[in-house]
Design a protein around this ligand. Structure first.
Ligand code: G3H
Ligand code: 13P
Ligand code: ZN
Length: 307
């Protein structure tokens, strides 16, 4: 089917109390793994492209590839600009056919974040595209100890409500304790569920969790067993993820898990078959492992069976 907006997918998710995976893609194999899994599990899905992915693959190459592949699946698919740094980046994404953009001005002061986000919302809405913005700072919070430091860092509920009102943004990324990458804290990473609940009580728009990879132990064990080097990695537990969707998180960003799965599978094939140099034989297990990871996420989030 033709692409749909991120807003269409996410409004249904917030209303239905389930989450939709927004999986980062950089190439054919990631895109195939994500779309084939979504189709098999009847799950809506968002494929997101970072600025780095655009540089790596070429904006049009990647956007056109996804749009073409999505036209032949029967579940709703959106293409999203991940962490867009400027209005110009969002405009060029929209020109290439993205149906959802994120403007990330979360490092700017509140008023500046409002001003930039508003500009993007106006432009995107005029082109039929929906918008994500971010308020608060992601980052690792290892211990739930320093309330004042946390409050300065995490999204303030009243401020979030004001931001949404002032900008007209369609969905909002909130800082609730998660961070990007494979190191989300020692032991079980802290997620501020009460904060999600408070923010969700003040707005009906879908909320977004960045840094939502699970970094499962079995995966890091296999990564290490195949010669990979990784420290004390930790990700978001399945039940924390599930719980957050009950409170209002509708878009759940996953990149690290797919990267780890891809690289682990490639390492394993090359370790077992040093004579192998057919890229198709090397990349097929990588695709299979990424399918396994994305299927698990879609099941945990409750998006499986929704399309
Ligand atoms: O949040 C960032 C995503 O994981 C994308 O990472 O900028 O290295 O493509 P990237
Ligand atoms: P992870 O690093 O946890 O996969 O998060 C990805 C993300 O938030 C992309 O925007
Ligand atoms: Zn992110």
């Amino acid at each position: 089917m033709p692409l749909v907006t991120g807003g269409a997918i996410l409004s249904a998710a917030r209303a239905g109390k389930y989450g939709v995976g927004a999986f980062n893609t950089n190439n054919l194999e990631f895109t195939q793994a994500i779309l084939e899994t979504a189709e098999k599990l009847r799950s809506p899905v968002i494929l997101q492209i970072s600025e780095g992915a655009r540089k790596y693959a070429g904006t049009e190459n990647l956007a056109h590839l996804i749009a073409d592949m999505a036209s032949r699946v029967t579940v709703p698919v959106a293409i999203h600009q991940d962490h867009g740094s400027s209005l110009e980046i969002c405009k060029s994404a929209i020109a290439a056919g993205f149906t959802s953009v994120m403007i990330d001005a979360s490092h700017d002061p509140f008023e500046e974040n409002v001003r930039i986000t508003k500009e993007v919302v106006e432009y995107a809405h005029a082109h039929g595209v929906t918008v994500e913005a971010e308020l608060g700072r992601l980052g690792g919070i290892e211990e739930h100890v320093n309330v004042s430091a946390e409050d300065a860092f995490l999204t303030d509920p009243e401020e979030a409500a004001r931001f949404i009102e002032l900008t007209g943004v369609d969905y909002l990324a909130i800082a609730i304790g998660t961070s990007h990458g494979a190191y989300k804290g020692k032991g079980r990473p802290f997620i501020d569920h009460a904060r999600i609940e408070k923010i969700a009580a003040l707005t009906p728009i879908p909320l977004v969790m960045h840094g939502a990879s699970g970094v499962p132990q079995w995966l890091t064990d296999r990564f290490k067993a195949s010669g990979g080097e990784i420290g004390e990695a930790a990700g978001i537990h399945d039940d924390d993820l599930k719980r957050s969707t009950q409170y209002g998180i509708a878009k759940v960003n996953i990149d690290t898990d797919l990267r780890l799965a891809f690289t682990t599978a490639v390492r394993e094939v090359l370790l077992k078959n040093p004579a192998e140099f057919d890229p198709r034989k090397i990349l097929t297990p990588a695709k299979e492992m990424m399918k396994e990871i994305s299927a698990h996420r879609m099941q945990v989030l409750g998006s499986a069976g929704q399309a």
